[in-house]
Design a protein around this ligand. Sequence first.
Ligand SMILES: [Zn+2]
Ligand SMILES: [Zn+2]
Length: 259
Amino acid sequence: MTIDLHNHTPLCNHAEGSPEEYVEAAVAKGIEIFGFADHAPMEFDPKYRMGFEEMKKYETSVRELAEHYRGTIEIRLGYEVDYLPGQMDERVLDADVDYLIGSVHFIDEWGFDNPEFIGRYEGADLETIWREYFDAVEAMARSGLFDIAGHLDLIKVFNYRPEGDIRPLAEGALDALARNDMTLELNAAGWRKPVAEAYPSLDLLRMAHDRQIPITFASDAHSPAQVGYRMEALHALAHEAGYDEAADFRNRERRLLKF
Ligand SMILES: [Zn+2]
Ligand SMILES: [Zn+2]
C-alpha cells in the first residue's frame, strides 16, 4: 500500500496547484491513500496558513474530492497543526477530520525553519536550540492532542547541528511518542532543503523502531509536482530501520498496512 498523508493546498498561502491537481498527481504516481494536511488556522503568524473562516471550504472540498475519486484513490482529510501553547484552537483540535499532525515550527515564537529568520542560528548555542526543540516535540506528544508527529527532526533543516551524537537529545521526545501511542511520519521534504536528508534521520528512525512507534509517509508537497516525492527512497529508509507496515487514519482511528 502506498500512503502519503501530508500534503498542502494553496489555502496556506505558500503552496501552488489546485487540490484536484494534487490528487491527479497522486493517482499518476500510484499512491493509493492520499491525505491533505494543510496548515491549520491560528491567530499567531497568520501569513502562512488558512483563516478560520476557510476551514469549512477546505474540509468540504477535500470530502467532495474523496467522493468524486472513490474507487480510484482513497483521500483523507487532516490538518498540520503548530504545537504552540496558548495558540491552539478548539475549532481545529475538535475538527471532524481523519487525523491531526502535530508539528513544531517555533521555538519561543522563533520560526526556526523559515529562511527569513536563519540569522538566529549564527553564534547561538546549537545544543541548547536542539534541546529546546526536542523539549517542544516531547510536550507536543504529551499533550495527547495529535495522531502523527510531523517531521521529527526539522531542527536540522539548515544543517546547523551540535557536535557529537544527537540521539540523546531526541530520547525524551521519542519516549513520549511511544507512551502516547503516536505515529511518526517519514517526511521527504528534508530532501528538498539544505540538509538534504529525510525527516527523521535513520538513527532516530531506528530509535523509533526500538520503541515500536508506528510510522506513516509524507511527501509534504507544496505543489502537485512534489506529490509522492522520493516515496521509494522513503520506503527503503523505513525498511532499513525494520519497518514493513505504515499507518492510515480514518476518523482518527489508525490501521496498519503493509507497504
Ligand atoms: Zn511542517
Ligand atoms: Zn507540511
